[in-house]
Design a protein around this ligand. Structure first.
Ligand SMILES: Cc1cc2nc3c(=O)[nH]c(=O)nc-3n(C[C@H](O)[C@H](O)[C@H](O)COP(=O)(O)OP(=O)(O)OC[C@H]3O[C@@H](n4cnc5c(N)ncnc54)[C@H](O)[C@@H]3O)c2cc1C
Length: 509
């Protein structure tokens, strides 16, 4: 082993500047302040005049790890963001106009054999059992009755097989993280950045200058400037890879409404003729939005569709947003790493954007550079990021491609085909129900299973290992499991009762 002289070790970073104060900026500020804020000065620049995108209200379970690492107590967090709990997503009209399925967080059932539960289910289905796969997910057992409670620790208990995430108010989330970050020493600078200056020798960004002439210099920059990608895209010229061929939705209209009916512990996604609509229940209102493809529907028509499908009184006019699916070729170039919309965009179909910010921050901490800016850090960051984005992209494409809807928009999704890796996975599933998703993918087997089956892909056969093994009475075991889940679900409180008991938000002043 070659040991270098300690004196030859490059100095560490002294300062990090975060450009942008949307969810990405404040998530980065909070996490960096918590991890390295005692030794590295952290400044965040944001412009109230420009504002934030202001959406991003549904999440996936790993956000609990993000909060956990920061030491944020769940009840405080849910209360402060007027949040609610999320057990998964109900997809309405996606596979076919009259279909419905649930993408649960957590597992299907509890294994009773070395062969996966869904293979038993497939065999029984071929024998004529019509029970949907949803009936084996503890998340759905709870969700369909609007019940909620955390899982138990005992892996032998069926109540350990579900997981959960949150819905929350995006503005309150950023404000919550801002308080957290500022309390840990992050300096906030208000103002519009007018120019970005690069070092003449290295090409690194040296400082940004605000409209009032103040300069913010740093050793390292985190670009959280939103769709504009002020540092990575505009200044460093990193190109955007466009994924519209597979994910062509390019606009959304967002509109809150008053709560109506039971507070569902899940997001609902309803397919429409040229896109889909989200419904996200919070304690104080419901978030709604129509994501659509402008090639197939006008803005006025899209607004009419949204308004026609809202339950509860509308609380404002539809707010338009425009985007393009894709990512920057690299997320880290020179001394700039982009997070959030500055790095790319994947539509909120599976609530993955805040998660990608979270993993970007975790990866940055794993690969934190020093003043020498070894390009290997950026190379590894970019390799892992590209892989992560592309695998999530493929999962989203599956929702669109595997459909039996008649409208031109949906037929065009079938005709558009899929990327090779997704085609390979789909072949395995259709061939014999096998799920081929590597360990490092965000979406694991239960998620793929939910969406394959929900979108109407049915395997030709099942894993024949089942028939080569001592007979397990699949029908009996599956029926037992359904009974156990029904009983277990009944022992949980209703979602609203749980919120009232543990994290009821105080009404707005
Ligand atoms: C329709 C839609 C629905 C979504 N739903 C979800 C969801 O359910 N779940 C999910 O996880 N994600 C969702 N997202 C994504 C999510 O909203 C974003 O990932 C998240 O809000 C992060 O945004 P951001 O911080 O990158 O950008 P922004 O919120 O746009 O923030 C950009 C920041 O940069 C600042 N800025 C820009 N230019 C300058 C300048 N020149 N000078 C100073 N400051 C500047 C702005 O003031 C602002 O503070 C959704 C996105 C869209 C479009």
């Amino acid at each position: 082993m070659v040991m270098t002289n300690f004196a030859a070790v490059p100095p560490m970073l002294r300062s990090i500047a975060i450009v942008g104060g949307g969810s990405a900026g404040w998530m980065a500020a909070a996490a960096l302040a918590h991890a390295v804020g005692r030794n590295i000065a952290i400044t965040l620049v944001e412009s109230e005049e420009i504002g934030t995108v202001g959406v991003g209200e549904a999440t996936i379970p790993p956000i609990r790890n993000f909060n956990g690492r920061l030491g944020i107590a769940e009840a405080d967090f849910v209360r402060a963001t007027r949040g609610s709990f999320k057990l998964g997503i109900e997809f309405v009209g996606w596979g076919a106009a009259d279909s419905r399925y649930f993408h649960p967080f957590g597992e299907y059932g509890a294994d009773f054999d070395r062969v996966a539960l869904h293979q038993h289910w497939l065999r029984e289905r071929l024998r004529g059992d019509p029970t949907p796969i949803d009936d084996y997910a503890m998340c759905w057992a709870l969700a369909r009755e609007n019940r909620f409670g955390p899982p138990v620790d005992n892996p032998r208990d069926v109540r350990s097989t579900h997981s959960y995430a949150y819905h929350f108010d995006a503005g309150l989330y950023a404000a919550f993280l801002r308080r957290f970050a500022e309390a840990r020493g992050v300096t906030r600078r208000e103002g519009r950045i007018e120019t970005v200056t690069r070092d003449g020798n290295t090409g690194h960004v040296s400082h940004v200058t605000l409209a009032d002439g103040r300069a913010v210099a740093a050793d390292f920059f985190v670009d959280c400037s939103g769709f504009r990608s002020l540092l990575l895209g505009e200044t460093l010229g990193v190109e955007f890879i466009d994924w519209r061929q597979w994910l062509p939705c390019d606009r959304a209209l967002a509109m809150p409404s008053a709560n109506h009916g039971a507070l569902t512990p899940y997001t609902r996604s309803t397919a429409h003729a040229a896109g889909w609509q989200w419904r996200i229940p919070l304690q104080h209102r419901t978030g709604n939005g129509h994501v659509y493809c402008s090639e197939f529907i006008s803005d006025d028509e899209a607004a009419a569709v949204l308004q026609a499908h809202i339950t509860g009184e509308a609380l404002g006019d539809p707010r338009p947003l425009r985007f393009t699916a894709g990512r920057r070729r690299v997320a880290w170039a020179h001394n700039v790493v982009a997070l959030g919309l500055a790095a790319g965009f994947l539509e909120p179909l599976e609530s993955t954007s805040l998660h990608l910010i979270q993993t970007g921050i975790e990866r940055l901490l794993l690969l934190l550079p020093d003043a020498a800016h070894n390009p290997l850090n950026a190379a590894e960051f970019n390799r892992a990021t590209a892989n992560e984005w592309e695998r999530i992209r493929d999962f989203l494409i599956l929702h669109y491609h595997a459909n039996r809807r008649p409208e031109p928009f949906w037929q065009a999704r079938v005709a558009a085909g899929v990327p090779d890796e997704l085609a390979y996975k789909m072949k395995h599933f259709i061939g014999n129900g096998r799920l081929v998703s590597p360990q490092d993918e965000l979406f694991r087997n239960p998620s793929w299973l939910a969406v394959y089956l929900g979108q109407g892909l049915v395997p030709v056969t099942y894993d024949r290992l089942l028939d080569a093994r001592p007979q397990v009475d699949s029908a009996r075991e599956l029926a037992k499991l359904r009974g156990l889940m029904r009983e277990a679900a009944a022992s949980y409180p209703h979602h609203e009762e749980f919120l009232a008991q543990h994290c009821r938000a105080t009404p707005p002043a």
